[in-house]
Design a protein around this ligand. Structure first.
Ligand SMILES: *Cc1c(COP(=O)(O)O)cnc(C)c1O
Length: 395
């Protein structure tokens, strides 16, 4: 058997890439997977090697064979020039922003952004002299009116990971290119399999690998891929911070990568089934799933995405807090907790009224976000059906 080269893999289908990218059995005594390289020190054989630093690996903060395997695979999968790894999805977002801004800059961030990203902009970036303007995620090219002479970044998250507005990325990308702004995309919901970030115009794309890449709720990792214009700056910023992902989490991410497409396809199938079932319930006022016409920006999802994943929200008809608690507290299969993309189903109530700043969030009743796992869908429906019965019988 001959190992595939990056050039070979460029011509392979995604599923085959997922199996082969980032594996070098010949460097690992024939073992199929790259093991966890633990370490700090890397030894140099001679003074010359030490002073020239020409070795592939020189110190573990800069990378190991394990991190290099995941970086390479993600770069190929994303159609990027390069990738760096961070210890969490949020760390990946802060790294991408730090790579792109300087004191005195102004940045544009979607109002539907993941809330901890907003907190970073409003605290750390503000202290560093970077001002943030939030924009309505429904704006495409009309974002132009918000651009100032010192604007440097447009930050996109599509769909928003609670409220699911899908953005017109190609229109925003065209504007960013014309105005020489850096377009950063939080692509966690879609992954590169459902939204190839760089061919859609992102300069840097962030993935919280904690979600679907890991897939088992047992790790934290973030990935930032960048195109050729931005990778040198991203890599230099990564090196300056030395904010490394844990070796075990990198190994588990490589393992998750091999089955990513299978798990995503099943998440898509299960979530569409459950969302359809929820849409028909009288307790549900609106389904916010990008594949449904009831979701804001559905037309952009239809035009630009290659599928949907397993995370979506619903807006319930008005009910009391006690009725909602009766529904959720008694669920046996849906856990309540942050994060998503694991094998197990989750549900959380959410209310973004207190932190949205430029768009109104005024649902008829409580909002619930579902992450649909790999359980039998009929068991999941029965758990929710019993929950809705508790909701209806509680005042
Ligand atoms: C979870 C999440 C993150 C952050 O990932 P962590 O690994 O939990 O820090 C970033 N963006 C989105 C859209 C997320 O859902």
């Amino acid at each position: 058997m001959i190992e595939t080269t990056p050039e070979d893999r460029r011509h392979l289908k995604t599923r085959t890439k997922l199996v082969h990218a980032g594996r070098h059995p010949s460097d690992q005594h024939g073992f199929v997977n790259t093991p966890v390289y633990r370490g700090s020190t890397v030894l140099f054989p001679t003074v010359e090697a030490f002073s020239k630093r020409t070795a592939r690996f020189t110190y573990a903060t800069q990378g190991t064979p394990t991190t290099a395997a995941l970086e390479t695979a993600w770069t190929e999968l994303s159609g990027a020039a390069g990738t760096v790894l961070a210890p969490s999805g949020l760390a990946a977002i802060t790294l991408a922003l730090f790579a792109a801004v300087k004191a005195g800059d102004h940045i544009l961030v979607t109002d539907a952004v993941y809330r901890p990203s907003r907190i970073f902009c409003d605290t750390v970036l503000r202290r560093m002299g970077v001002e943030t303007t939030y924009y309505d995620p429904a704006l495409g090219a009309a974002i132009e009116s918000l651009i100032r002479p010192n604007t440097s970044v447009i930050f996109v998250e599509t769909p928003g990971s609670q409220t699911f507005e899908v953005q017109d990325v190609p229109a925003i990308a065209e504007l960013a290119r014309a105005k020489k702004l850096c377009l950063i995309l939080d692509n966690t919901w879609a992954t590169p399999l459902l939204f190839p970030p760089h061919t859609r115009g992102a300069d840097m794309a962030v993935e919280a690998g904690t979600k679907y890449l890991g897939g088992h709720s047992d790790l934290l990792i973030g990935l930032v891929s960048a195109n050729a214009d931005w990778f040198p700056r991203l890599r230099a910023t990564f090196d300056a911070f030395s904010m490394c992902a844990g070796p075990e989490d990198v190994f588990l991410s490589l393992r998750g990568l091999r089955t990513l497409e299978l798990r995503l396809k099943e998440a898509e199938r299960q979530a569409l089934d459950l969302a359809r079932w929820l849409a028909a319930r009288k307790e549900v006022a609106q389904v916010l799933h990008p594949a449904f016409p009831s979701c804001p920006g559905h037309i952009y999802w239809k035009r630009d995405f290659l599928g949907s994943s397993g995370l979506f929200s619903v807006l319930l008809q008005p009910c009391s807090p006690a009725a909602l608690a009766a529904m959720l507290d008694g669920l046996k299969l849906f856990g309540m907790g942050f994060s998503w993309g694991g094998f197990e189903s989750l549900v959380i109530p959410f209310d973004c009224r207190s932190y949205r700043s430029v768009t109104e969030w005024d649902p008829p009743g409580p909002a619930l976000r579902f992450s649909v796992g790999l359980e039998d869908i009929e068991d999941l429906k029965a758990d929710l059906d019993a929950g809705f019965a508790r909701l209806r019988s509680t005042a």
